[in-house]
Design a protein around this ligand. Structure first.
Ligand code: HEC
Length: 133
């Protein structure tokens, strides 16, 4: 391979990782302006597995209900049964590349799971937990 080709190949391989780092750091910075402190992967993991009881149905739910506890594996939607691709960026390069998508699903999934929106701190902790998986 000549040098140009090597450089181009290296860039193409690196682009998806940059997209991830960009979207995540943009959101982390935003959450910090909204009053969050430093983020903790341990807190994010604990919150991921914490169980909440739905006020209407009395059923237990947590993030793992649809995404499972092994984030490198496929999940399954609790209501529709639809397959959800793995959350871990190491096995799914499309994860956490789009700020809009991350925001949308944080709103929807926090409301469904916790019965309220997540705080800036909680969202940052989730990202700290998932981004290095
Ligand atoms: C009822 C099922 C369900 C539950 C429970 C759930 N999710 Fe999700 N989640 C989905 C679906 C469906 C998608 C969108 C499809 C996809 O991206 O594969 C998604 C996508 C996401 C994304 C977008 C990731 C990206 O690619 O940018 C984030 C972040 C997320 N979920 C976080 C959470 C967190 C945090 C919890 C717990 C508070 C949670 N989810 C609980 C179903 C669920």
């Amino acid at each position: 391979m000549n040098r140009k080709l090597i450089i181009i190949t290296a860039l193409l391989v690196a682009i998806p990782f940059y997209a991830q780092a960009d979207a995540v750091s943009e959101l982390e910075a935003k959450y910090q302006t909204q009053g969050a402190g430093s983020f903790s992967a341990t807190a994010g993991e604990a919150m991921w597995n914490k169980t909440f009881v739905d006020a209407k149905t009395g059923k237990e739910r947590n993030c793992a209900t649809c995404h499972t506890t092994d984030l490198t594996k496929q999940g399954k939607h609790a209501r529709t049964g639809k397959v959800i691709e793995p959350m871990a960026p190491s096995v799914n390069l499309k994860r956490f590349t789009k700020v809009k998508k991350i925001k949308k699903w944080f709103v929807r999934n926090c409301k469904w799971t916790l019965g309220r929106e997540c705080t800036a701190q909680e969202k940052g902790d989730f990202l700290a937990f998932i981004k290095n998986l």
